[in-house]
Design a binder for this molecule. Sequence first.
Ligand code: SF4
Length: 253
Amino acid sequence: MVALHEGGVGDYLGVAYEDEWAATHRFTADLAGYHGWQWAVVVAAYPESDHATISELVLLPGPDALVAPEWVPWNERIRPGDLSPGDLLAPFPDDPRLVPGFMATGDPVVDDTALEVGLGRARVMSREGRLDAAERWYEGDHGPDTEMAKAAPSTCGLCGFYLPLAGSLQAAFGVCGNEMSADGQVVHAEYGCGAHSDTLLPTGGGSPRYDAYDDGAVEVVTVTTSQTPDTTETPETTETPESPSMQDSTSSS
Ligand code: SF4
């Protein structure tokens, strides 16, 4: 404290007795960047002593001190979406979402497969883990309660782009295979979107009874008029581009 020279130590704040032989005296810290901090000086003396010795001198945050937020371990800090290419994220040893592969999971497809190939995978999703996932997906962006699903012409379960999951989640979830929609994402069977395979485009015709007249589909034909009309021929005979063979047969006869 001597090294701090003048200004390092502020007002005396009082004393707190640690036990019969030790006490802590506190002073405000008069230091730049340490607003609200306090000097704590622990002194001690044996019984009947005529002097005390300094045991410890520390700078501690007071009730108004600006301190860093409480430290949170990385495994509690990490959030969905934080994983980047190259990152490694191992499950916790007691992760309730996983169970050893030799345990019955309650999912008949997983259990049967594990039996077929021996013990199967080292760890598989537990029932709890699957229920958690199902709940997230149901309430997520591709669940049945979303605005997209409510406005869709039909449901994913009836869509040609719907690829059902295997296992116990098969009845309710699948993956969308439509690159124009939720491509590669898990969708609920009752979700839906406007890119459903059964979606029909409106014809755009003005009349519900007749198709629209399409200029682009009409073949334009140039008709040349005769310079010297043959008066011997009957006026009803008319050349039409659509029936050249009929015209030939009439002339030869
Ligand atoms: S295209 Fe739409 S309706 Fe079809 S599976 Fe994908 S999200 Fe569902």
